[in-house]
Design a protein around this ligand. Structure first.
Ligand code: BES
Ligand code: MN
Ligand code: ZN
Length: 512
């Protein structure tokens, strides 16, 4: 599977007085407050910028834009004034969103290269390096299309077009060297998010379990160690739950194990991320309805986030030991498929009665989560899965659901979520939910009753978590795909969670 090279864009940083591209973006605050460069440009054009704003009733309100074409006296062909509103307390995430909005304006005007003047529009305010790098990150995140299967350029919405227009952006700022350094991490983050989006958008005929594992393997390019476990090895390990799901498909299962050794202490226990990688979920013998089934190509969204995250960690050379494990299978009905009523034995030794073959994600996670603990004795396990429709009934497409056996780890994620804007809501675990998955014939069954489906699913995975392993489960069925389009994403596959978990690592698990 090839990823989409069209999403590459050249981002660089230059001094405020360096010469600018043919299109220049200027920031304007409330009441059309301009920066020093902006004021100088206005003067040079004999007041054209302010006069245009007055004529257009443009006041610099946030998210408003004003185009000035062929401004007399300036070298530019076009100046775009971008309103950012009052200079209130703004978070780094606001800058990221600003960068996304600017990119969307450039894309819709089909402008190939532009200069962005990152200078405070209001007197005296200091624009930090974080602001400049954040704006660049937002622009890069928004600059994404999945156009590889389009043979013709179409004028539909941005995310559907074949090709990107923008190829080069120059950010003019007070300290270009510092911004450029800060953006090394930003570039790694954007690349991880884009990779996750690519994997989710890719159709299942070209992305099977083997190809998904290969995508993990290709991270060796960044100095990651990747082993791929094939069915013989999975059988030897006793992964009967995962193999039961895979057995209905022609395409064999894989488990990819990515290891990043970035900590000074090579022997320090790693943090572990586990992803559900169901490349397509038909439901199996408990087959789904036709309506919307095509979306089930995105049922490897958890795995995509883990692969994207691992790429980001490796590319920015994070000072952490981290492992990423993905269980790659296809859930198909066939004469070989597992049946409702089958009993499988998981790697942990616990037996599972498969009541519904469509509750397959938890079966995959049961074995991979167990394996992660046995092999790595990790500091924590965070699993990510497009696990239940029920989580969307509860939270819609706005929040991902978080279940935690450990309050501290849960808090770290909720905190990071405020920084990155990827929203999570803590949901309850409870013995009473756990009781609902007791089985008549085996140690447990794979579904509970009609109610609380996301909770019983989480409770099921918890049965495969050792008492001393801090564990969090994130159900991203609502957010990994077809979720609310926003300033930094217009794509169906969102890459949700890459930035969030990277932030958790930055905040708590990296020696600086
Ligand atoms: N992959 C689905 C969950 C899902 C649904 C993700 C829609 C994204 C969008 C999962 O494997 C599934 O089928 N869950 C069932 C569980 C049920 C059989 C207990 C569900 O949620 O309906
Ligand atoms: Mn399913
Ligand atoms: Zn599924």
């Amino acid at each position: 599977m090839k990823t989409t090279p069209t999403n590459r864009i050249e981002i660089s940083f230059a001094a405020l007085d360096a010469s600018r591209e043919a299109t220049t973006v200027l920031l304007a605050g409330k009441d059309m407050a301009l920066s020093e460069v902006g004021r100088a440009m206005d003067e040079k054009s004999d007041g054209l910028i302010v006069a245009s704003a007055t004529a257009a009733d443009f006041t610099g309100k946030a998210k408003s834009f004003l185009d000035i074409l062929a401004p007399r006296g300036l070298d530019e062909k076009r100046v775009i004034v971008c309103g950012i509103g009052a200079n209130k307390e703004v978070s780094e995430n606001d800058w990221i969103n600003l960068g996304g909005t600017i990119m969307s304006q450039l894309l819709s005007r089909k402008i190939p290269t532009a200069s962005i003047v990152c200078e405070p529009p209001l007197d005296g305010a200091d624009v930090s390096t974080a602001f400049v790098a954040g704006t660049a990150l937002g622009a890069q995140l928004r600059h994404y299309k999945f156009g590889k299967y389009k043979t013709k350029e179409s004028d539909t919405d941005e995310a559907d077009a074949k090709q990107d227009g923008v190829t080069k952006l120059v950010f003019h700022c007070a300290d270009p060297e510092a911004a450029s350094k800060a953006f090394i991490d930003g570039r790694a983050i954007a690349n991880g998010v884009h990779l996750a989006r690519d994997l989710v958008n890719e159709p299942a005929n070209s992305l099977g379990p083997v190809e998904l594992a290969d995508a993990a393997k290709s991270l060796e390019e960044f100095g990651m160690n990747v082993d791929i476990l094939v069915p013989d090895e999975l059988t030897k390990l006793g992964m009967g739950a995962l193999l039961g799901v895979a057995q209905g498909s022609e395409r064999p299962a894989r488990v990819a194990v990515m290891r990043w050794q970035g900590a000074d202490d090579a022997g320090a226990p790693p943090v572990a991320f586990v992803g559900k990688g169901v490349v397509f979920d038909t439901g199996g013998i408990s087959i789904k309805g036709a309506q919307g089934m095509e979306d089930m190509k995105g049922d490897m969204g958890g795995a995509a986030t883990v692969v994207g995250l691992m790429r980001t960690l490796a590319e920015r050379k994070a000072k952490v030991n981290a492992v990423g494990l993905i269980g790659c299978v296809e859930n198909m009905p066939s004469h070989n498929a597992q049946r409702p009523g089958d009993v499988v034995t998981s790697m942990s030794g616990q037996t599972i009665e498969v009541i519904n073959t469509d509750a397959e994600g938890r079966l995959v996670l049961a074995d991979v989560v167990w394996y992660a603990q046995e092999r790595f004795k990790p500091k924590f396990v965070i699993d990510l899965a497009t696990l239940t429709g029920a989580i969307m009934v509860a939270l819609g497409k706005e929040y991902a659901g978080l279940y935690a056996s450990d309050d501290a780890l849960s808090e770290q994620i909720l905190e990071a979520s405020k920084t990155t804007g990827e929203k999570v809501w803590r949901m309850p675990l409870d013995k009473a939910y756990d009781k609902l998955i007791d089985s008549k014939f085996a140690d447990m069954k794979n579904i509970g009753g009609r109610w609380g489906g996301a909770c019983t699913a989480a409770q099921f995975i918890k049965r495969f978590v050792k008492d001393d392993t801090p564990w969090v489960h994130i159900d991203l069925a609502g957010t990994a795909m077809d979720s609310g389009r926003n300033d930094i994403n217009q794509s169906w596959g969102s890459g949700w969670g890459v930035r969030l978990l990277n932030q958790v690592v930055v905040d708590h698990y990296e020696a600086s």
